[in-house]
Design a protein around this ligand. Structure first.
Ligand code: ZN
Ligand code: ZN
Length: 159
């Protein structure tokens, strides 16, 4: 269960963008320039980043940055499973995995330092599916967000 990568080195970032492009192509989707740039900015941030901050960085970087353009790019990246929205923070993070498939998401959110760790536990996804199916409920999106204090902050508080 790797935590989110913080400030990935440039080569790693380029590599990841290339893989994201390939993953999209495999599904017949296209990682256009704007989508790629938005993904790059989210991965570069190294922490959850909100839509307004993204807009600002996009304007700095490329002179582009009309809100609808950014929201459409975000929708695309969410649908492709390349990023997730942390509802509690109203912000976006890159998927902790190597790009790829849409999947149920679980987050541990530290209220002290704001660190967000993503994990994917099959048991939770299965439990949600089981509960839903009992009442004939069709799950479209499942996100579990757990708020608390991360190990580092807990150690600091104890010291
Ligand atoms: Zn993920
Ligand atoms: Zn913390």
């Amino acid at each position: 269960m790797p935590a989110l990568a913080h400030h990935a080195p440039a080569a790693e970032l380029a590599d990841r963008l290339t893989r994201a492009e390939a993953a999209c192509a495999q599904r017949g989707a296209r990682l256009t320039d704007i989508r790629r740039t938005v993904l790059e900015l989210i991965l570069q941030a190294g922490e959850p980043i909100g839509a307004y901050a993204l807009l600002d960085r996009l304007k700095d970087k490329s002179g582009q940055g009309k809100p609808p353009t950014v929201y459409r790019a975000l929708d695309f990246l969410l649908a492709q499973g390349l990023i997730h929205r942390v509802e509690r923070l109203n912000a976006f993070v890159g998927c902790h995995e190597e790009a790829d498939h849409p999947h149920p998401v679980q987050f541990l959110i530290c209220g002290e330092c704001g660190n967000v760790a993503e994990f994917e536990d099959q048991a939770i996804g299965t439990a949600v599916a089981t509960i839903a199916s009992r009442s004939g409920f069709v799950v479209k999106r499942s996100i579990v967000e757990v708020e608390g204090v991360c190990a580092e902050c807990a150690t600091l508080a104890a010291g």
